[in-house]
Design a protein around this ligand. Structure first.
Ligand code: FAD
Length: 413
């Protein structure tokens, strides 16, 4: 094996896989190091529900054969109500999707090294020049990219990211058959991705049912392990206990059976990045982190971050420029401008959403029915005037509590 490349990428997730595809398309020598073995890939990292939208599929040339189910709507549920938004989407088979990224990258000329756990940067004169993996093995590159998701071994050692425990969101999901997809009294979940706001089921977070055809679906929940969670949590309950509780109490799951081996779990941090690159180095995807905090859309965002990192590589190497922090600055600029333009506002909206009590979630569904689609789209993008239309005088106590907490929440931002 050659041990010198233009670019070394740690992690074969959506971010690293896409970055590699874009770089080989521009003719660079790229190696991707992945900790898992190729035979079982992805195993532990097969963590995502993988609901996505046509813009992602088209932008990145993702083939139909990694799609489990095309969907027509996104449904929001509260404890006693729901709201349906017509919106085409796709639920991917995340494992097939990850393997496609590897195959396609390889076809383009990327080298993939499985069973390669990256542990540390190799430093020369204060700059990263390569990575150490599996103890004492080494590989060198002009630019190194950490795309290992929340484990971030390089970004942490280089002090580029500081992923905080209080911003750590955990999620669990099972795939089921035998679900009552169109149960009277609930929304019709045929061809839908449903997200449910209900502290009884996911305290300080949300749960979901993503339809995968006939009577099958991905069912899961996630929450941030912070004070919003503690406020509504049941003593001693784990994330598994909450899912169990939902399965036992929701009549749609009365005859549901788990599909063997179809369990996924994972985590991400929801926080605003301070830095995401330094000399010869960029952190991408959930290492930054890049996932959208409000609804957990990470695949598209992380692939976009891989794409803008590839642009930054090209802007240096093509012109023979040293990839100094200054010359790689274009990565940060594009991340903030194009990949996650409203991240600060969306983090605040996330805090506010999870602080609201269950009764407010029911009222929220009524608000969604009342407002036109344009206002809702603007509110989702953090437009203050549109957001203001979602609140009334009865929200004063909630907003006051939010303002008070926000004063203490500077670490979050
Ligand atoms: C339960 C759950 C449900 C989700 N549902 C959705 C959804 O419906 N839609 C959506 O868009 N997003 C969803 N997301 C978010 C999305 O999956 C992530 O944002 C996305 O996978 C992040 O991509 P990434 O490439 O940055 O990191 P990851 O997907 O974490 O990939 C990192 C890769 O690096 C490897 N790695 C880790 N450490 C090392 C190391 N030391 N050396 C070498 N390799 C290493 C891992 O094995 C993995 O292959 C969900 C996440 C979770 C946890």
């Amino acid at each position: 094996m050659n041990n010198r490349y233009d670019v070394v990428i740690a992690g074969a997730g959506p971010a690293g896989g896409q970055c590699a595809r874009d770089l080989v398309a521009r003719g660079y020598d790229v190696v991707v190091l992945e900790t898992e073995s190729e035979d079982e890939f992805p195993r532990q990292s097969n963590k995502s529900t993988a609901g996505t939208f046509p813009s992602m599929m088209a932008s990145f040339g993702i083939p139909d054969d990694v799609v489990m189910q095309y969907t027509d709507s996104v449904v929001l549920e509260s404890p006693t109500d729901h709201y349906v938004q017509e919106q085409p989407g796709a639920v991917l088979e995340f494992a097939d999707f990850k393997r496609f990224l590897v195959e396609d990258g390889r076809d383009g000329g990327a080298e993939y090294l499985f069973d390669a756990r990256v542990t540390a940067p190799i430093m020369e004169n204060g700059e990263i020049v390569g990575v150490r993996y599996n103890g004492d093995e080494e590989v060198y590159g002009d630019i190194v990219i950490d795309a290992t998701g929340p484990s971030a071994p390089l970004a942490k050692k280089l002090d580029v990211v500081d992923l905080k425990r209080e911003n750590h969101a955990i999620g669990i999901e099972y795939e089921f058959e035998g679900i009552d997809i169109d149960r009277p009294g609930f929304a019709d979940l045929n061809d839908a991705m449903m997200l449910r706001l209900d502290h009884e089921i996911a305290p300080g977070g949300y749960s979901w049912v993503f339809h995968t055809g006939e009577d099958t679906a991905k069912v899961g929940l996630c929450y941030l392990q912070n004070e919003h969670h503690s406020r509504y949590a049941k003593d001693g309950h784990t994330v598994d206990d909450y899912l169990e509780h939902w399965l036992e109490t929701d009549p749609r799951f009365a005859n549901a059976e788990r599909l063997e081996g179809k369990q996924h779990r994972g985590s991400a941090h929801l926080q605003l990045p301070e830095r995401m690159h330094t000399d010869r180095f960029m952190a991408i995807g959930d290492t930054v982190p890049t996932v959208d905090p409000l609804w957990g859309e990470g695949i598209n965002k992380c692939m976009q971050s891989g794409r803008v990192a590839a642009v930054a590589v090209d802007s240096c190497l093509k012109h023979g420029l040293e990839p100094t922090a200054e010359n790689l600055e274009v990565y940060d600029t594009l991340w903030h401008r194009d990949v996650a333009p409203n991240q600060r506002k969306r983090l605040l909206m996330t805090q506010l959403l999870y602080l609201a009590p269950n009764e407010r979630y029911d009222q929220f569904m009524a608000d969604l029915h009342r407002l036109d689609e344009e206002t809702l789209a603007a509110a989702n993008n953090g437009n203050i005037l549109a957001l203001a239309k979602l609140f009334d005088i009865d929200d004063a106590p909630l907003l006051a509590r939010f303002a008070k907490q926000h004063l203490k929440l500077d670490q979050f931002l």
